[in-house]
Design a protein around this ligand. Structure first.
Ligand SMILES: [Zn+2]
Length: 423
């Protein structure tokens, strides 16, 4: 497979860096030499003042806790360099809201667990428009949170799939799958997912139509999450536009050698990187029953593909993201609903998917990546002695060291650029 030119990707052409770069040199750290140890941990906070040299550097020692103004719930912080005061909620959706934090957290948790906007509004007796407003703000925050942690990743495999939001209608026998796909090809009701099957981290998730442009946008997003030198094994279904999208983002210009000693050099060709592996899993469905699964190695060799899968006892045919699809249907209300609901247009599908992305990676322990405790602790009573540490996909991938609560995530002030490691 080769192309003479690089296939166009809209996201590449209008590329913006996923992370703004930090200013060249951070200011010196400030170490407090006087007084008792500080009682309030300010290490995840940073000065917001654009005119301050310490802006954006978290845990740089320039912040002091300054109590709770007017007896309010939030801590006030002081930057000792620029003398600016700010609340610990600055930049989160709690800033400037008088609604109780618990209510907002529970509303977002309900949405993350898969209850729809109207259902959530009824449970908490809140106006549905208020729920939607909080969802929109939370989604923006959680997207920034995900971007902050998911970058420069090294993974061995990526599984890509488009989950088709109409599935329950197919299941109910109202339309057959082929009919539904034709009808929905151009509707923005596809949930695109990219999963690292080893850590179970959801690398990217998006909502859109099922077209080449969307495949390009999605693979572009996946490539931004992965380290620039990481070219993993990609596994997809038989959707043909993945091939172009993968070739675009995992290709290089190659200068073919001259055929004769003289004459002009042949034109450079855009070729897949030599280490790129790509296999498709093609499922044949007849009368809503899976009749055959076959595979096709597109880039690389079958031996190389199997070498990546073998350590897990996996084959091309078995390794696929269906388990995740089920989880998404349970956690994203608009997905897995009947077609009539979807065609009327469910508000907030994109936002709910963004909330799910973060919730799934950072807050939900995943059964298959739980880690045994180094020292099995004896349990009270007659329980077994083996203890398992709850582990989220983000922990399995080494991105964080603990299970985040949704409250913690929503209160996390996302720094404007990636912070140095070990802070
Ligand atoms: Zn400052």
């Amino acid at each position: 497979m080769r192309a003479s030119t690089k296939p166009p990707c809209d996201a590449c052409e209008h590329a913006t860096a996923p992370h703004p770069h930090a200013p060249a040199a951070p200011p010196p750290r400030i170490v407090s030499t006087r007084g008792r140890r500080r009682q309030v941990d300010t290490s995840s906070h940073f000065c917001p003042n654009p005119d301050c040299a310490y802006r954006g550097w978290a845990g740089w020692g320039n912040l002091r806790a300054n109590g709770h103004p007017n007896g309010g719930p939030w801590q006030q912080l002081l930057c000792v360099v620029c003398r600016r005061y700010f609340l610990e909620t600055l930049g989160t959706l709690f800033h400037g809201k008088r609604t109780s934090v618990e209510l907002i957290v529970r509303v977002i948790a309900c949405l993350a667990e898969g209850l729809g906007i109207r259902g959530t509004a009824r449970v908490f007796e809140v106006d549905p428009n208020t729920v939607l407003q909080w969802l929109v703000e939370a989604a923006e925050h959680l997207q920034a949170f995900s971007r902050h942690f998911l970058h420069g990743m090294h993974v061995n495999q990526v599984q890509l799939d488009e989950l088709f939001a109409l599935l329950s209608a197919v299941k109910d026998g109202e339309v057959n799958e082929a009919e539904a796909i034709t009808r929905l090809e151009r509707t923005p009701q596809w949930v695109w997912v990219a999963l690292d099957p080893e850590s179970k981290v959801l690398l990217a998730i998006d909502v859109g139509d099922r077209t080449l442009a969307m495949a390009q946008r999605f693979v572009h997003h996946v490539a931004q999450v992965l380290a620039p030198d990481c070219a993993p094994l990609f596994l997809t279904d038989g959707f043909r536009e993945y091939l172009t999208a993968l070739l675009t983002h995992y290709g290089d210009w190659v200068q073919p050698p001259r055929r004769q000693d003289t004459g002009p050099l042949p034109k450079p060709r855009w070729m897949p990187r030599p280490q790129l592996l790509y296999a498709q899993v093609i499922k044949t469905v007849r009368r809503r029953r899976l009749v055959r699964v076959s595979h096709r190695v597109v880039f690389g060799s079958l031996e190389a593909v199997n070498a990546v899968l073998a350590p897990h006892g996996w084959h091309i045919n078995t390794a696929f993201v269906e388990r995740l699809n089920l989880t998404i249907r349970q956690h994203v209300a608009a997905v897995g609903r009947r077609v009539s609901t979807l065609c009327k247009g469910e508000d907030g599908l994109r936002q709910q998917v963004a909330v799910f992305h973060c919730y799934y990676n950072f807050c939900l322990p995943h059964a298959s990546v739980c880690q045994p405790l180094p020292q099995p602790e004896s349990t009270h009573g007659t329980g077994s002695t083996t203890q398992w540490r709850p582990c989220t996909p983000a922990m399995a991938a080494g991105l964080t060291d603990h299970v985040w609560t949704l409250r913690e995530v929503l209160l996390f002030r996302v720094p404007p650029w990636p912070q140095p490691a070990g802070v």
